[in-house]
Design a protein around this ligand. Structure first.
Ligand code: ADP
Ligand code: ZN
Ligand code: ZN
Length: 825
């Protein structure tokens, strides 16, 4: 007998799954991994089938079982291995399985959700009563109109239609409350997208059109003649917009010709748009050097065994790691396997995608969150069907539905962007390794500054270490110099974001005609606004953070919640006029550079100066081709890019991160500086890096200057061991938040009481304490940190904690669990 029941995971923040009945007509098309449309409360939802069964579940446990409405996939969207991976993610990150699976699915483009209203018996009675009444209030008139429409239609009516009636919205609310109306959500299939194709009508020609002017038909006007030439002589049938463009005629003219039957017209499904990569791109044809060949050889051997292995490819910046990845992909494809390459940001997907396309042809898919949904869905299904065998993407591409992957690459594995900062809060690198293990694949994690966790794992033998020791063609690493800002102030007596040493360096490059990159980690003009009379910083209304001044827009803005206000003329607290702006941001730096170097071409790249992807690529493109002399940028430009003409990199306020209350502050500073240094001297010209700081003696800065990763690792790892931080302990953060501080405190107390006994079971609980960012987006935030020497203890405590919160009816969104948190704010 075929299965009649199934367990479905729904995208709701609940940690349970739901049982549904499979109607006979769908018996063939429902199996584990398929997406199904089901009723849930009064909504229609898309869920994923986890499991099917022939027996009715215990009626004592489940009272009412509803039926699946529709099966959405001819082939299950999620293959078995991905379901298994989803289960792991759900368990490890203590995240609801439905929300995990939703993150794995393609965007839902074929279904649209709509709310509709249904008349109840009470509603019918109320209509009759209103109808008979001799005088009616304004709101009753609105209600009557609404009810009458429903009655006349005789079937459910879409909510937006009823709301458009005068007073409709409020009337609907009242009727719903009085149960005279019911609302429910339905899913509606979207029409497949079609395009109109036009062709010349041969019968028209025969009846005396231009093809047959001997019969004396009036000659076609010039524009129509052009249409005729293109359709009948040059090209054949064409999509309507394309024809209009080619023939240089308006669309209404083409429409008229269709009506006059000079043209035929029909609809065809929209073809997939091909090729958003440049077709004429030729990748560099590098001959692998000895180091690259040796390490690629090792990876090939792993691939040959067909067994799980993880390699940590530690290679200095510019050592040619990309070539090793591509060689490994080639080797995986040759074994009839597929490959996945993860990169830390969207711009790099385009770059690496293009390299792969040039090398492996059309079977390359690119997946990232900034793609329009339609395109992302199309790429996703291309992968699922097996048409694309190489996938390049950002974090979520770790869930790409490739079958039988042989290789998973994680480039710049130390990057924080691999961690998702919303549920499910997974780390793309760690999921990549687990996925490789499930699939018997090889994982390659690449970095010039491996995360402490990964290098430690290499030491433990969990990962195998692969080395690229020098830059390609033995280009020297950039020379790094520290500029002590205290010293600079003592000699110049002014605090400027551009020290005299940096200014001198920039002047040299300008004279030489080479380029400079200047990094600053703050947006805006000044990042701090302070009243000198009362000492108060101007803070955000919603967050415990000071507002940044944006000069061009003449606003103070919060970079956390987007709140903005007019620039105050006087202190909002004490009304003093002595309001001052402190701390130079990117906007100010750009201005200062323009002042100092009026002849230089200065540009800025941050979220304020470029708002679209196109503008962003334009600026990067102009910099790459040498049209810009000095580029000011935030972290956005520090990573991965390969600019050949840069000989100087300046880093402003390199120590900005060091003062943050975060145990990873030193590691992040070290990584950033090393990465930045890697941007200089990548071409044939040697590079120099100037690091401006007020704490030149800090070991993170000192060792970054020497580009001495190993010493940094040794030092930092000792410190982590002593203080019981990762990788020596499993860490999780639990944040309790609410707009009402009383709630946040009360819930924190409850959770604290629940967690107390865990101390004796090996879980150290710190907190609750006000989170470093004590208020964010109007919510008050309290934080616990949980540490356990054994992972299983931590997972268990967290899972039980969430169960307790549910039982105490603490709202789901008030308790935020982050396993292996990267960001402790
Ligand atoms: P990274 O290790 O920093 O990721 P890349 O992979 O970006 O380094 O390579 C840096 C540059 O070196 C690129 O321009 C690349 O084309 C070039 N390159 C890589 N391998 C070789 C090689 N064997 N010979 C010459 N140039 C190479
Ligand atoms: Zn004041
Ligand atoms: Zn804010």
């Amino acid at each position: 007998m075929s299965p009649q029941y199934c367990e479905v995971a729904l995208p709701v923040p609940l940690r349970s799954t739901f049982t549904y009945e499979i109607p006979q007509r769908l018996a063939e098309s429902v199996c584990a991994g398929s997406r199904v449309l089901v009723p849930f409360r009064n909504r229609a939802m898309v869920g994923v089938v986890l499991d099917t069964a022939a027996r009715r579940p215990d009626p004592a446990r489940i009272k009412q079982i509803r039926e699946i409405v529709e099966a959405l996939d001819p082939v299950p969207a999620l293959p078995p291995k991905l379901l298994e991976l989803g289960g792991w993610v759900s368990n490890y990150y203590v995240a609801p399985i439905g929300e995990v699976l939703r993150a794995m699915l393609p965007p839902q483009i074929d279904l649209r959700h709509e709310r509709e209203y249904v008349l109840t018996d009470a509603g019918r009675a109320w209509r009759a009563e209103l109808d008979a009444a001799s005088n009616r209030s304004e709101s009753e008139i609105a209600e009557l109109a609404l009810l009458s429409l429903l009655e006349i239609e005789g079937r459910p009516v879409r909510a937006d239609r009823l709301r458009k009636l005068p007073g409709g919205e409020a009337a609907a609310e009242r009727l719903l409350r009085r149960k005279q109306l019911e609302s429910r959500e339905v899913a509606i299939h979207r029409q497949a997208r079609v395009q109109r194709i036009v062709a010349w009508n041969v019968t028209y020609s025969a009846a005396g059109g231009p093809a047959n002017d001997a019969q004396g038909a009036p000659p076609l006007p010039e524009k129509e003649l052009r249409v005729f030439h293109i359709l009948a002589e040059e090209r054949g049938p064409l999509p309507l917009p394309q024809l209009a463009k080619l023939a240089k005629v308006s669309r209404p003219l083409v429409e008229r010709m269709i009506r006059e039957e000079k043209l035929h017209c029909w609809e065809e499904p929209l073809p997939v748009e091909e090729d958003f990569f440049d077709a004429d791109y030729t990748p560099p044809s590098n001959i692998l050097n000895e180091d690259q060949q040796r390490e690629l050889g090792v990876i090939r051997e792993w691939l040959a065994t067909g067994q799980f292995a993880t390699g940590l490819l530690y290679g200095v910046t510019g050592s040619g790691k990309t070539e090793v990845y591509l060689g490994a992909v080639e080797a995986a494809l040759a074994r009839n396997k597929t490959a996945l390459i993860l990169v830390p940001e969207i711009a790099l997907t385009l770059w690496v995608g293009r390299l792969c396309r040039a090398r492996f042809g059309a079977g390359v898919a690119v997946l990232h969150s900034a793609l329009p949904e339609v395109e992302r869905a199309r790429e996703w299904w291309r992968v699922r069907r097996g048409d694309a065998r190489v996938v390049v993407g950002t974090r979520s591409a770790v869930f790409a539905p490739v079958e039988n992957p042989g290789l998973i690459v994680v480039d710049e594995e130390q990057e924080g962007s691999y961690k998702q900062e919303e549920t499910p809060r997974y780390h793309g690198r760690d999921v990549a390794v687990v996925r490789a293990k499930l699939e018997g694949a090889v994982a390659i994690l690449g970095s010039a500054t491996p995360s402490l966790e990964s290098y430690h794992n290499a030491g433990l033998g969990k990962y195998q270490l692969l080395h690229l020791d020098s830059r390609v063609e033995n280009r020297p690493l950039a020379r790094v110099e520290v500029v002590d800002l205290r010293e600079d102030f003592r000699t110049t007596h002014r605090a400027s974001p551009v020290s005299s040493r940096l200014e001198e360096g920039l002047r040299e490059r300008l004279e030489q005609g080479t380029q400079a990159l200047i990094l600053i980690n703050r947006r805006g003009y000044s990042w701090f606004v302070l009243c000198r009379s009362c000492g108060a910083a101007v803070q955000c209304e919603n967050c415990s953070i000071s507002l940044a001044y944006h000069k061009q827009r003449q606003r103070l803005e919060c970079h956390y919640c987007g709140y903005s206000r007019r620039v105050p003329e006087a202190c909002p607290k004490c009304n003093s006029e002595h309001v001052y702006f402190f701390g130079a941001g990117a906007e100010q730096l750009e201005e200062k550079l323009r002042e100092k170097f009026p002849n230089a071409k200065v540009a800025r790249l941050d979220r304020d100066s470029v708002r679209t992807k196109k503008a962003y690529q334009q600026v990067l493109g102009d910099f790459a081709t040498g049209k810009i002399d000095m580029l000011v940028g935030t972290q956005m430009v520090a990573k991965g890019h390969d600019f050949q003409g840069v000989t100087l990199v300046g880093v402003i306020a390199a120590d900005a991160q060091l003062s943050l209350p975060d145990f990873r502050a030193a590691e992040r500073t070290f990584q950033l500086l090393t990465q930045v240094a890697g941007r200089a001297g990548r071409g044939r010209l040697p590079g120099e890096v100037l690091v401006e700081t007020y704490s030149p003696e800090h070991y993170a800065i000192q060792l970054a200057v020497r580009q001495d990763y190993l010493s940094f690792f040794e030092k930092e790892v000792q410190f982590r061991r002593l203080l019981h931080y990762p990788p020596f302990t499993a860490l999780a953060s639990v944040l309790v938040r609410d707009t009402k501080i009383e709630n946040a405190i009360r819930w924190s107390r409850q959770l604290s009481g629940f967690l107390a006994p865990y101390e004796s079971r090996g879980v150290k609980v710190m907190g609750p304490a006000a989170a470093p960012l004590a208020r964010l987006k109007r919510e008050y935030r309290f934080q616990f940190l949980l540490k356990a020497p054994k992972r299983a203890q931590l997972t268990r405590a967290l899972s039980e904690l969430l169960g307790f919160a549910e039982q105490k009816e603490i709202p789901q969104k008030a308790v935020l669990v982050d396993v292996d948190p990267l960001n402790l704010f």
